[in-house]
Design a protein around this ligand. Structure first.
Ligand code: SF4
Length: 375
């Protein structure tokens, strides 16, 4: 079986330094070679055997390849957003977790489940938000603002989480920041500037924003989206809050991947324009087969499309990589214990909050969901 990956492709992403200046940096991604049908069937069968034999569970993100999502579901694993992936891994009895997603997701699984061995199909699968927030620069920036509560998005390294008071995901960020604001706290937010700005607008909290961005969501275009909406006047527009303000302002529903799926499943509209990684369409089609899903535009007159609505690092997850984890124990996540312990604090705080305050999470969701009646 050919295990040679494609040639790496470079991607630009914004990186902030300790002084607060932003510059453009570059990272690479590569996709695993496609498997022919017979190879794919063999690899899937072997993975199924080994998941049982090795007491392992497969946890996948909505953005990875549909075959991997299906395999996770079929084998008693899980497909979800990053918050639920971490929670599932923590609560599952398996000794080994295979995390199909990007590096920070594997790290989060290891942080909350140190007794488990955590593996990833490709440890080089990263995220522009994680890359754009270097732990040393972040520490220096944070030291300049000691009066602020540090809230970091899940899309950060363990070393950045170790410096945070709270970790949040897009499912719970609004509710947690709302509560911090009610307590009179000022916030240092990192790394996603678009999500940070959206939460700032919604809550009125005093937030100092790190200047990071997701290279996938940053590419959605408001002008082209407006034209698409005009062509589909009955469509409900679903936007992930990592998208630019002009795109978010056109949304009927602004929310996490889970909230967007819920909107499609429960919504009364026939057509849905979806502004997030197109990997999510696989799950949406399964759960709402009669709905019409339209990808939001990343290309057009004002486009500089590099990502075309699919994360190049999520695309690094392949079936062969999963098999390698199980056969060769490759791709294991290790985190220095002192960092893991510190990072655990901010994740546990978030998990406790979401467990103890489902009412506040649901309430805050009304802030995300503008047209709640239809969603
Ligand atoms: S889609 Fe964006 S936020 Fe998600 S992993 Fe890829 S680069 Fe990071």
């Amino acid at each position: 079986m050919d295990s040679t990956a494609s040639a790496p492709i470079s991607f630009d992403y914004p990186q902030q330094n300790a002084a607060g200046a932003t510059f453009t940096a570059q990272a690479w991604a590569k996709t695993p070679p496609p498997l022919v049908a017979i190879e794919k069937a063999q690899v899937i069968a072997r993975i199924k055997e080994l998941l049982i034999a090795k007491d392992a569970a497969l946890v996948a993100h909505y953005y990875v390849d549909g075959d991997i999502q299906d395999l996770a579901v079929e084998t008693g694993g899980f497909v979800s957003d990053s918050l639920e992936m971490a929670r599932f891994g923590k609560n599952h009895s398996a000794k080994n977790l295979i995390v199909a997603g990007v590096r920070f997701m594997g790290e989060s699984a290891k942080i909350v489940s140190p007794e488990k061995r955590v593996f990833m199909p490709d440890l080089d699968a990263t995220c522009s938000l994680d890359l754009g927030c270097d732990a040393t620069d972040f520490a220096a920036f944070r030291a300049l603002h000691p009066d602020r509560v540090v809230v970091v998005y899940a899309n950060t390294s363990a070393a950045v989480k170790a410096q945070a008071d709270w970790m949040v995901t897009s499912s719970c960020a609004l509710a947690i920041v709302q509560q911090l604001k009610l307590k009179g706290k000022k916030i240092l937010w990192a790394p996603d500037r678009h999500l940070g700005r959206y939460i700032q607008e919604q809550t009125g909290a005093d937030m100092l924003l790190w200047n990071g961005a997701c290279i996938v969501h940053d590419e959605f275009k408001a002008v082209e989206l407006e034209m698409l909406i005009a062509a589909h006047p009955g469509a409900m527009v679903l936007v992930h809050p990592e998208s630019p303000k002009g795109v978010v302002d056109l949304a009927d529903v602004v929310g996490s991947t889970s909230a967007m799926i819920k909107a499609v499943v429960e919504g009364s509209a026939t057509e849905y324009i979806v502004a997030t990684d197109k990997g999510i369409l696989h799950r949406m089609r399964q759960l709402a087969p009669h709905k019409i899903l339209i990808e939001a535009p990343t290309a057009g007159n004002s486009a500089t499309c590099k990502s075309c609505a699919h994360c190049p690092w999520m695309a690094m997850n392949g079936l062969q990589g999963i098999l390698n984890c199980l056969e060769n124990t490759s791709g294991e996540i290790f985190i220095e214990e002192a960092i893991r312990n510190k990072a655990l604090g901010c994740i546990d705080r978030m998990l406790d909050f979401t467990k103890n305050h489902p009412d506040l999470i649901a309430q805050a969701q009304h802030g995300f969901v503008k047209n709640i009646g239809a969603a």
